[in-house]
Design a protein. Structure first.
Lengths: 216, 106, 479
């Protein structure tokens, strides 16, 4: 009985939602002109990066906080995991040697190109995370044996971001108000630090729990 | 008949509905999490279609919904990763992958 | 000299910074959190001073004007809420310092993230930004709920996670549709440009459903009692007092300000009805509970119902909004005191069965009085803050001939009296002879934290002029 009720409800949800969506105005420029007008002052030429790292950078700041929070939460409630043992597997070593350099280059490339084309810290961070996960699966993850360094790498992104959030307020500006001539450098600094933290955080989330050192 | 914009919108509505149904009706926790992801992806699909430039002009797509999608994806990934860790811990503690229907009343 | 608008955001930045440092240095978490609370008092005081004299302070982050950029602002209501959050945060931090001692080191960064998220939620004026703050609060809350690692806590946390994430996503869909239909996510801009439109109604409907689920309003309340009852005591306090209020505040802003032009009286009637149902259902369930924390959790369901019940009154009576906020604050203080007291009982006796209260309470006099004071506010007896809030609401309801609302407010108080008196009777009727009963004296600061917060719940009603004046500064529902 309640199965059919749910199905009926979902059907009406679908129909109602579709009808509402189809009636949306589809020739609205919305906020696009405002972005275009201010794009030159943003320090980058890719409008999406401008929105993410400049116009609405507060959202990105909180989002990086959410990323770190998810990891802290996972460490608080997850079962401790030991890092996989080192695999002396010939094909794996070949894969690592072949793939890691392009992955690192690719991550750096996406970081750099994000200023003018699709790309940025998140995309680069995800790619680098792929490389770190490959290392992890092969048992070559030395950062797990150095907890303090590991935690430092994890908080680096948010730390730099917070520093650059606060810095403008000491000279009377609003928070996150980058000096217009240096905006590009500020954005690059934030994105570089964020890329590292994003990569290590995603890898740690992949591990699935707090890393347990082999001695404990 | 149906333009491509309209197709995107209907597809987004469909994904949202399917995700919602999966969350509500699946007893299995993994399926509920997948439902949450499908729901999220429906919303992201909708946001991308909102970014479409007006008419047939050569303006670039609206960057604000694109930025929202990027932020949304990161948040969704974090939440899913955390939820999976919780499911794993839950299964280790109870041996089950479903939520029991009755709570323990004291 | 930094402008006053920056003070509000420091209340977000200080907890974030502390979260980072306490993650880097886990063993110092408690000390760092205590420092954060102390340090945060300075921008809070400056903010209070600024709002008291000028009404509203705001800042455009990045220097970009909304709707392109994001605005944060604090009016009188926001400042009042920030102060309540701070006060409860102080009490919970002191309590948790001794409750956890050296265990659960990750409690501290999680709590700091939660505090940052709550403050960010209160000051935000941007619909999408509110989504991110809700995720910050939600993830921290769920992780904290599961902290004990026991099966019931994990199950409750799992259910909470699913509902919280689904609710957030429904809200996000509403935000997306709002942007698509009206071209902005800035609340101030939207409040002037929103016109009736099918997409607008649907967007508001989706956001409302999502927020109702997250706020545990009847009938979406099922997840709350297990989650709040099975969490560690300081976490239960944070969940019932603060976390659950966030979605309500967002919904109130949506209905009363952003979408006020298209919300219908029928919709208000429906949500008010659900609030009334929550009052009745929560209170009656609380009366039959056998465990203390479960009882307190059901009481939260009921008390939250009052807030929704009274929403229709705010359109015509500014006093009603003050009443809602005072009730919200008094409940937050009293509920924290109750949960901390329950934590003391658990610490002392190892369980919280109501029947055993009479053997434990005689040896915890400070805790017992905390329970009594908190109970006075929960019932709504004068001169407590609970009484003041309900009084303002009843007066507004009678003035508008909303007899149903007034009646439910009174009935709710009577029902609350039943379960509160039950606790108090058991707590104060005890015998001293406790041979063979396990008793482990909790640290003094844990008992006093509960007492002081309960005292503030009553003080809110006694020294009400200042809070009421503060709430009215800057236009009650202005962004």
């Amino acid at each position: 009985m309640s199965k059919w009720l749910t199905r009926l409800f979902c059907l009406s949800l679908f129909v109602g939602l579709s009808l509402a969506l189809l009636q949306l105005p589809n020739d609205d420029a919305r906020l696009s002109p405002a972005v275009t007008r201010q794009l030159d002052a943003s320090g980058v030429s890719n409008p999406v990066t401008a929105v993410l790292l400049n116009f609405r950078s507060y959202d990105t700041l909180l989002e990086i906080a959410v990323l770190l929070l998810a990891l802290v939460g996972a460490w608080a409630i997850g079962q401790p995991r030991t890092a996989p043992a080192t695999l002396d597997d010939a094909p794996l070593l070949i894969v690592l040697r072949l793939f890691l350099p392009p992955i690192i280059l690719g991550a750096a490339y996406f970081l750099w190109v994000g200023a003018s084309a699709p790309g940025g810290a998140f995309q680069g961070g995800a790619i680098l995370a792929g490389g770190l996960i490959l290392l992890l699966l092969g048992g070559r993850s030395p950062w797990l044996r150095r907890p303090l360094l590991h935690r430092f790498l994890l908080i680096l992104g948010l730390t730099i971001f917070l520093m650059l959030t606060v810095l403008p307020s000491f000279s009377g500006h609003a928070f996150l108000q980058y000096p217009p001539e240096e905006a590009k450098i500020w954005i690059l600094m934030i994105e570089s630090a964020a890329l590292i933290s994003i990569a290590f955080t995603l890898t740690a989330l992949f591990l699935g729990g707090p890393p347990r050192s082999p001695n404990s | 008949m149906i333009s491509s914009e309209q197709l995107y919108l209907i597809a987004a509505a469909a994904l949202v509905t399917i995700g919602f149904y999966a969350i509500g009706r699946s007893p299995n926790l993994m399926r509920k999490l997948l439902g949450i992801n499908v729901l999220g992806n429906g919303i992201f699909l909708f946001l991308i279609s909102v970014a479409r430039p007006p008419g047939k002009s050569d303006q670039s797509p609206d960057p604000v919904p694109q930025a929202m999608v990027l932020t949304g994806i990161v948040v969704a990934v974090c939440a899913t990763a955390f939820a999976l860790t919780l499911v794993d811990r839950y299964r280790a503690a109870t041996g089950r992958l479903t939520l029991t229907e009755t709570d323990d009343y004291a | 000299m930094p402008e006053p608008g920056t003070d509000a955001l420091w209340l977000v930045l200080i907890p974030l910074i502390t979260a980072l440092v306490s993650f880097l240095l886990p063993t110092r978490g408690g000390t760092l959190a205590a420092c954060a609370v102390v340090v945060a008092a300075w921008p809070l005081a400056r903010l209070l001073h600024a709002v008291w004299h000028t009404g509203t302070v705001s800042q455009h982050l990045g220097g970009w004007q909304p709707p392109l950029g994001i605005q944060v602002s604090a009016n009188g209501s926001d400042t009042f809420l920030l102060m309540i959050v701070w006060l409860i945060g102080l009490g919970v931090t002191i309590y948790a310092f001794h409750y956890f001692r050296k265990k659960s080191e990750l409690f501290w960064p999680l709590w700091m993230f939660l505090w940052a998220g709550l403050n960010a939620l209160i000051i935000s004026d941007d619909l999408f930004n509110l989504y991110v703050t809700m995720e910050l609060v939600g993830l921290a809350a769920v992780a904290l709920t599961a902290l004990t690692g026991r099966a019931e806590a994990l199950r409750a946390a799992m259910r909470y996670t699913i509902i919280s994430l689904t609710g957030s996503l429904l809200y996000l869909m509403g935000v997306a549709m709002t942007y698509a239909a009206y071209g902005s996510v800035d609340m101030e801009t939207l409040s002037t440009t929103i016109k009736p439109h099918p997409a607008g109604y649907t967007a508001l409907g989706l956001m409302t459903v999502g927020l109702i689920a997250k706020a545990a309003l009847f009938p979406c309340h099922v997840w709350l009692p297990p989650a709040h009852a099975n969490a560690p005591a300081p976490v239960s306090a944070l969940l019932s007092a603060l976390v659950i209020k966030g979605p309500f505040l967002i919904l109130a802003q949506l209905w009363l300000q952003v979408y006020s032009k298209i919300v219908t009286p029928e919709a208000f009637a429906v949500i008010s009805f659900l609030g009334g149902a929550a009052v009745l259902w929560g209170a009656t369930q609380a009366i039959v509970q056998q465990r203390l924390k479960r009882l307190i959790a059901y009481s939260t369901v009921a008390q939250l119902g009052y807030l929704f019940l009274a929403l229709p009154l705010t359109a015509s009576h500014p006093d009603a909004w003050s009443g809602i906020l005072i009730l919200l604050a008094a409940h937050a203080l009293a509920k924290t005191a109750l949960f901390l007291a329950a934590g003391n009982v658990l610490h002392a006796a190892g369980h919280d069965t109501l029947a055993e209260l009479k053997t434990i309470m005689p040896r915890l006099p400070v805790t017992a009085f905390a329970v009594a004071l908190a109970g006075v506010s929960i019932i709504g007896l004068p001169p407590s803050g609970g009484f003041l809030g309900k009084w303002l609401l009843i007066v507004s309801a009678l003035d508008r001939n909303a007899l149903g609302i007034a009646l439910l407010l009174v009935i709710g108080s009577l029902l609350a009296a039943i379960y509160i008196f039950r606790i108090i009777a058991l707590a104060f009727s005890g015998e001293e002879s406790t041979k063979g009963v396990r008793f482990h004296q909790p640290p003094r600061s844990m008992e006093w934290a509960a007492f002081v917060l309960a005292f503030f719940a009553v003080l809110l009603g006694l020294a009400s002029n200042a809070p009421l004046h503060l709430i009215s500064m800057g236009g009650r529902m202005a962004p």
